[in-house]
Design a protein around this ligand. Structure first.
Ligand code: SF4
Length: 202
C-alpha cells in the first residue's frame, strides 16, 4: 500500500494498479454518496443489463418490488424494468420512472438486496458498480471525468476532477479490482466464442 497515492497527495512512486487506466495519473474522484450526495448518478440513469444480469434480477424481483418507489414498482409490474428502446453496448437498459432509475429508492435497492446476501454486485448492473471506471472510446479503461472522451454527464459534480479531490486511483480500489475481473471475463468470453466458431465454421 505504501506506493499508492495518499488521499491528498501525489503519486510518489509508480503505483501497482490492478488495471491499466488511461488517465490513472491525472483523474481525481471521490464518491460522497451519503455525505452530501443523494445518489444523483442514479438520476435519469439507464444502465445496460446483459441476459445473465437480467436473469439474476428476475430471480429477486418479487422481493425487490415492495422495496421500490410505488410508481417504479407499478411501472415494472405493468411493463417490466427493461426499456427495449434504450440500448447500450448491445444490451437493453433499465427504465427510468419519474426521473430516477426504477431500482433507486433512497439508494440502490439491487445493491442493498445483494449486500444482504453477501455480495453487493450480485444483482447490480456492471456499469453501476464499476462507475466511474468505464471503457474509453479507444477500448481501454479510463476514469470518467468532465472534458475527457466527450463526457456528457456534466451535471455530475463528482466527475469534475478538480484539484481539491484525491487522485481517483487512491479511492477506487474496489472498482479497479472489479473492472480487472470484468476484463478477464471479457477476454475469456472472446476466447470461448472464438473456439466455438473454430469448431463449427460457417
Ligand atoms: S441499478 Fe442501482 S446503481 Fe444502477 S442506476 Fe439503478 S439504482 Fe442506481
Amino acid at each position: 500500500m505504501s506506493n499508492l497515492p495518499t488521499t491528498t497527495g501525489e503519486v510518489s512512486e509508480k503505483p501497482r494498479l490492478p488495471l491499466s487506466l488511461l488517465n490513472a495519473a491525472t483523474a481525481r474522484f471521490v464518491c460522497t454518496y451519503g455525505r452530501g450526495c443523494d445518489g444523483i448518478c442514479c438520476k435519469n440513469s439507464t444502465p445496460p443489463v446483459d441476459p445473465e444480469k437480467q436473469q439474476q434480477i428476475n430471480s429477486i424481483l418479487p422481493l425487490v418490488l415492495p422495496l421500490l418507489r410505488p410508481g417504479a414498482s407499478k411501472l415494472i409490474s405493468d411493463i417490466g424494468y427493461i426499456d427495449p428502446e434504450e440500448a447500450h453496448e448491445g444490451n437493453p437498459s433499465i427504465r427510468v420512472e419519474d426521473e430516477w432509475c426504477v431500482f433507486f429508492n433512497k439508494g440502490c435497492v439491487l445493491h442493498q438486496v445483494g449486500a444482504e446476501k453477501g455480495d453487493s454486485t450480485l444483482f447490480k448492473p456492471v456499469a453501476c458498480y464499476l462507475f466511474p471506471i468505464d471503457h474509453h472510446s479507444s477500448g481501454d479503461w479510463y476514469i470518467r471525468q468532465h472534458g475527457v472522451d466527450n463526457e456528457e454527464w456534466t451535471e455530475l459534480f463528482c466527475l469534475a476532477g478538480t484539484p481539491d479531490l484525491p487522485l481517483a486511483v487512491s479511492t477506487l480500489g474496489f472498482e479497479m479490482e472489479m473492472a480487472a475481473k470484468q476484463d478477464d471475463k471479457i477476454k475469456l468470453d472472446a476466447k470461448t466464442k472464438a473456439a466455438e466458431e473454430e469448431k463449427s465454421p460457417g
